[in-house]
Structures are given as C-alpha cells and as structure tokens.
Design a protein around this ligand. Sequence first.
Ligand SMILES: O=C(O)CSc1cccnc1C(=O)O
Ligand SMILES: [Mn+2]
Length: 629
Amino acid sequence: SASFQPAEHPLHHHDSHSTAPTTHAKLIEWVRAQAALLEPDHIHWCSGTQEENEAMVQDLVQKGVMIPLNEKLRPRSFLTRTDPADVARSEGSTYICSQNKEDAGPTNNWIDPQEMRGQLEKSFRGCMRGRTMYVIPFSMGPIGSPLARIGVQVTDSPFVVVNMRIMTRMGEKVLDVLGDEGEFVPCVHSVGRPLAAGEKDSLWPCNIAERKVVHFPETREIWSFGSGYGGNSLLGKKCLALRIASVMARDEGSLAEHMLILGLTSPAGKKYYVAAAFPSACGKTNLAMLQPTLPGWKVEVVGDDINWMAINRKEGGLYAINPEAGFFGVAPGTSSKTNPNAMRTIEHDTVFTNVALTDQGDVWWEGMTKHHPEGKITNWKGQVWDSTKSDKNMLPLAHPNSRFTVSLEQCPAKDPAWDDPNGVPISAIIFGGRRETTVPLVFETKDWNHGVLVGATVASEKTAAAEGSDLGQLRFDPFAMLPFAGYNMGDYFGHWLSMPERVADPSKLPRIFHVNWFRKDEQGSFMWPGFGDNSRVLKWIVDRLENPEDKSLYKSTPIGYVPKETALDLTGIEDQVKGGVIQKLLEVNNSAYLSEVTKAREYFVQFGRRLPNKLTKELNDLEERLRKN
Ligand SMILES: O=C(O)CSc1cccnc1C(=O)O
Ligand SMILES: [Mn+2]
C-alpha cells in the first residue's frame, strides 16, 4: 500500500535481464508507486536464480565491496567491510508508528505516523537516482507453508539482495504462491545515497545522519532509510519477522518470538522440540547447535533466532517454524570449542561482515582461536595490523557485532524437519538471561501464567554486586523481545496470557522453564562449564516432561521446581561442580528473590493500566511464596 502520493513519473524501463511479472497487478502497482517516489535509473525484478546471484556477486567483487576469500581455505566465501558508523541495529532510530502512541507502548520510539510519513517522503524522494531498484519477493517460512508470510522488499543495495537470498526464500517461486491478490508486507529500503551522473559510488554507501527504521503496524509497512547493515536492511528478519509479525500474531492468535528452535533426541530415541528466548548475544546460536557432552543425546537445529508458533487445531499445542532460511550469527566468540557445528557450517559459501582478514586470505575473529594467526592481519576497518607492534587502537581485529551470513541448508546439525511447512510440535519453552547472581541453573515454572511472569522478567545484569547485597544493575529484556515487540509490551504480556483460553486443551501447551548459564562465584569466575554441558540441563527438562510425578527429580521452591542435585547428570564434570558449587548453582535465596520482585514491580510501572492484572497477580503470588518460606 503506497503511503505517498507519487508525483507523476513513468515507471522506468526494466533492465534487460529481468522481467516484471505480467500478472500480480497489486504488486506491480505498488512497485510503480515506489519507483515514482524513489526515481531509480533501473528496476530489476529478482528471480533468485543462482545465475542472477553469481552475476551480482561478481559485480560486487569487481567494485571491491565483496572481497573473495582463499578459494581453497573457504570456497565461494567473501568478506565485506561496512562504514564504521554502520555496524549494528540502530535502536535509537527504530520507530513503531502506530496510530496512537499508547499502542507502541513505553518501550518503543514513537512519532506521529503522519509526521513520520512527511519525514520519510523527504528522505526517500529521488534517493535512488543513479541506482537500480531491486525488487525482492521473499517468503518468511517454507514457500507455501500455512505458517509462512510473504514480503516484498525494494532496495538499492545489491549486497542486501545477496544476503536476503541466503536469509529468506526469495525470487520468482514466491510470486507463484503470492498470486494476483495475495497479501504481502511492503518493505522499502534505501542506503540513502543518490548518485549524480558519473559519480563514483562508495564501497559502503549509507546516510547515518538520516538513518531510520520505521514500522507502521496497522498497515503492516516497513520503511528503512540510510543503513545497509543487518537488522536495519535485511527487512525480513527483525522488522518483518518480529516487529510486524508480532502485531499480526496478536491479531491472529499466534506467536512471533525471538527464540531458537532445536530438536532434542534422547538416548532412548525419543524426540522433543524445544524453543528458547535469550537476549541478544546470550548464546542462542550456541544452544541451537549444541554438541551434547552427554553420551547418546543429540541436538539438531531448526532455527537460531526467530520462532513463529501457531495453535495446531488437529494435534493441539503449538507448532513452530523458523521463518528464516539462514543464520546471521555473531562471529566473535564462535569457535570449534564453543560451537563446532557453526564452524563447520561456515566452511564454504558464507558472507562475512566486519571480521578480520589473514594474510592467507581467510577470516579471523576474537575467540576463534586462542591467539591470532601468525603474519599480517587486516582488521575490520581495513588497517593492516602488525603483531610485532601490537598497536592497541587497531583492536579488536573483528568488530564485536561482526557477522557470518550462511544458509541453514548447509549446517551439518540441521534438523530433518528444519523446513517442514507444518512446523514442529513445541514441548518446552526456555527463557534465560545473563545473570551472575541469584538465578539458579534451571527451574521449571508452576504453570503457564507463572511462565509468562518469568518470561516478562527476563533480565541480564552486567556487573554483579557481591552475593546477597543489592543486585547489580538489572537490565530487563522481557521475552528477549524488548527491541522487537511491534506493539505495547503490556498488551504483549496479555496476549501470552490469553493462550490457554485459545487452545482446546491447555495441558498440551509447552511447559515453561528458565535457565541461567552465567552464575559467577565470589572470585568472579563462571561456576557452570556451559556449552556442551548444557545438555545436562536439557536432559533434566526431558526427565521432567516424561516423569512429571517423579519426586526424586525436583524440589519445590517459591520460584518453581528446581532440580534435586542428584537429579542432574553430572557424570564427567564432578570435579568442576564439587565442593558446594552445584548446591550454589541450585540455591534459591528468598531475600535475593524478594529484591527481584521489587525490581520487577518498578519495571512494570511504565506499563500503567496496560499491565494485565493476571501478571500482577502472579507477581503478588510469587512474593507471598517467598515471604512464607
Ligand atoms: O542485525 C544486526 O545488526 C545484529 S542484531 C541480530 C542479528 C541476528 C540475530 N539477532 C540479532 C539480535 O540483536 O537479536
Ligand atoms: Mn536475535
């Protein structure tokens, strides 16, 4: 739906090697309206074919935007460096422009939609002069899946096209499913740098001063200007799959969440699907591709970042798809120790952004290996770093938000049902934050509503005060959706609380757990080995799912069900968790939790009357349980 009155401007000629669809009148009309506003020199309808991709990649290589890596070490893979000012999602310039401010809620930036449309009109008018407008039809979710949603993005960045082809199902086959009158989410993106005739393009054009990522939830529109990077420009990811999709899910009675989805198989061959919501950079990708240290256990990945769950009327319960087709993962910290499956996935056909380049023509980042490789190494800014001089201001060699973009298809640990159009049945939902104090290794919530309270109070603490004293600065990140909820988060909590009334049999809803890998001891060291050993927690969760009546598995505490020490399989790590460590990891300190309750009450004040009474009741019940014991 065109949101501007396009000035009279003929639709530019299509370039020779791309053909506009002959039907799809609604789509053609929308593209025409964007072309009239953006005034591109050419229009290219993306087919999504391998040939088209190779031509675009070669063009970007020739321009120096994509640097080919060593073909032997990392075949068909590339490195791109961004403008140092355009390196991450820009939350400060991300807006939810609902008709009224309260529907955006206190956790979102809001500008009156008409005012914002005026600002966008000024930014976008003529911004694609001298450039090609690429039209990308894409499906979030397997093409044709009843759980999938279709978007169409216009963009003037061929680099975005190359990445969208990896991260989504994109091209002509999507148009076949869309049909003439099909609904699509309109996404308009520009780097915001029109080119004068003959002007040489920069390697990473962007317009940081005017950068904005805007959502109009009632009309499901996305407008992004001035950034070429990640979540700001691959509009299928955070913008569509979370901010717009969370609004659609609220209206449709389903869920669009910032969660990994993994398949877990026990040594007995029983298979469960588990979803988990951790804040950004808290280890979702590592858990989704976990290599269990417990013998006989297997984890396979369906997705590492986004989860669309819908009620399955036939089977009951919630079925989930990963709407994405690839990983856009954080490179630093990824290694054959922390995530061997990720390292195997990115051995070929991968696009790297803002990592370091070795003199072998391969990539490197902090944490990949203990020390950086010998010889010359070029940092993410393109500066050659000489290890003999160790010039500090050239560090870190890879940007902390540097990324790999790679197809899920090539992950050795992909779940057989990773692209099942019907989705997979979710047995458990796990919330987690980066908590150095107070929160035990794992606990199970008492019921769905208690689980929603735990989701709503997910938090991370940076610097933990000494145990027992006032908690370190708690940063709440409810459901890990703080930057991604497309509407008032008080209403969002209410939507979660409405799920038991929406299903025929609430007992088929997933059980809700909370984990914390990040407890530290008085010396500030991590108490739990984490990584593959997190499979021990997954095992306890399966034990709870399979034997809910078995009293030997848990102790009931005011915050929920916590494993009895003997119920965790610690075979092989006894030495690491002896001497009271496991007791500490499973301890529930009531006074510490009472201050959690106080901080949660303070946090919820901002939602005012939009905070559901049921949530306040859950918080009061928790406080009562903590006081009684
Ligand atoms: O989009 C970016 O600029 C990085 S943020 C990101 C990328 C992939 C998956 N998740 C996130 C996130 O911040 O949650
Ligand atoms: Mn994420």
